[in-house]
Design a protein around this ligand. Sequence first.
Ligand code: ADP
Ligand code: MG
Length: 659
Amino acid sequence: MDILDSVIKIKGIGEKSVPLLQKLDINTVSDLIRYYPRDYDEYKMPVPIKDIKEGETVSVEGAISRLTSQMGRKKVVTCYVSDPSGAIKLIWFNQPYIAKLLKPGYRYLFRGVVKREFAEFSIAQPKVYGRNEYLKLMDRLSPVYSLTKGITSNFLSKAVGQVLDEIDIEETLPAAFRKQNNLMKLSDALKTIHFPKTKEEALLARRRLVFDEFLEFISAVRRLKEEKTEERNSYIIDDFSSCDRLLEKLPFELTNDQKKCFSSIKNDMSSKKLMSRMVEGDVGSGKTVIAMLAMLSATKSGYQAALMVPTEVLAKQHFKDFSEQLSEFGIRTELLTGSQTLAQKKKIYKSIENGETDIVIGTHALIQEAVNFRNLALAVIDEQHRFGVKQRQTLKEKGLEPHILSMSATPIPRSLSLILYGDMDLSVIKEMPKERLPIKNCVVDTGYRPTAYNFIRKEILSGHQAYIICPMVEYSEESDGENVIDYTDNLKEFYNMAYLKDGKGKDINIEYLHGKMKPQEKNEVMERFARGEINILVSTTVIEVGVNVKNATVMMIENSEKFGLAQLHQLRGRVGRGSYQSYCIFMKGCEGKDIDERLDILKSYNDGFKVAEEDLRLRGPGDLFGVRQSGEMSWKLADIYADADLLALASEWDKENGT
Ligand code: ADP
Ligand code: MG
């Protein structure tokens, strides 16, 4: 078996599993062994029932009683388990066989998540074990993978185990260096990350794999840098007269940081060397207008410019913005997205090729498509700097060498920026537009919901809009957390009742948005929200990046505990983008001291740099398998902040040994 073979070669993986694995981005043997667990299950000593807390995964041991089963359309089995300290209810949905398996009066072990309904605790869908069976599980960790329907963690771990037994993995680092820096052998690290004996061991394996992830990235950055020194500027951009006109037209004045940033860009684009610049600015600091100015001057100097963004929704939004602002300058802007028909696309390709189109806006796929630019002089890559490197490589492969402007909302300490963006010049926008009022934050539990709904209703009635974020798309028995579909129904009902009481808010329009919808539908919903036709948008995190609706003043996030701080900060950045007072409500789905501590950071700081710093201070190195950073910064394992030492180490290693 070879590392690049299809997974079909693995014993136990049949035709049927292949498309399922594909959904998880697992195509080859290599993909499979690099599909790391997202967590490990630890089978701990059973706890006394009186000590269990809501939201925890616990094991309890005791005799069962009051076994009932209801067999209608919904099959529900319930019973109580009691130990000397107390009793708790157990509930199973759609597992009628459980009723036959359990014998009243006998003792079992049960493991699952503790829930609370009104005053009563229960464990939903607990797994059932015999005593010996459980004891065996107690002395190791079991990998837990992110899954899709039809694939279980068990299935994956079996397949991984098999592969790791069979193939040889080549070592890339010398033993002395590994020893000196506490880095495992690659083959051991891969085995251990899937099957660790202890959490400590897993962390050590992770250390090696993180080092490799960083090293790969840094080498790519270095290669780009080495090639860059020879890049002469064949696109001199020096006509900035329209920019002044555009600036006069804007309803605001640029902040000092924005001005400084644009002036560096002007210098770059008109100089002898090609521009390669990173603009780093917190959410809402006004990066788009900088891109617009740069692109306007490129076209006015006789060239084409492209803007690439991570989502279609964002592409549409920017397209609308750019078309409106730039049409009077005689600039022709086109949108290119995956959901357009082939005929539409062909037409656009043609107008790009013959130069009728000045500006193209699209998703990152833009540069991979069959687009042949007539004279692309500037490529702007928005909101996804981690992939900036890849995109630049792709551009090169296509024989394009435009000026590059990357934009990122992820705040990074300067020392790290120097490594990550080693091949680029850096502009930082720290200052927020003057008109902004700081967002008011609160952290509350679900008991506060009615108050929050009434508050949102008031904001809507005074003409504003709101977002509500739920972690899930639809109801699932596997995991808890609010889902957008049921949530929307419930919210509608709540507002109907309120309307019946005081006669206000009859037309409050609530709709939902999630990643499983078709791109077309998503765009439509987003557009109607932007036009103010939808008052409340209940959404998953698909709206996380970049969306700009100034009139939205409330962001409420359900199950905030399920998200990483960086992601929560990004979500919060969807409000407070205009001059109105805005609010962010972090709703907790369960209690816990560490949850409070994390969310308090967001309550106390609106500044992304500060949030990142505090987040790191809180998360010890042992916490890295918990809530992950998400969004543009996520490597498979590496975390810029927490693994800063490894980033530096990889950088040094690459300097001395890289090829
Ligand atoms: P981000 O940096 O997150 O991409 P945007 O560029 O989308 O932020 O800007 C957010 C909002 O702030 C936009 O509506 C934009 O028009 C506005 N804006 C940008 N610069 C300024 C400024 N100097 N003063 C006031 N508003 C501004
Ligand atoms: Mg933006």
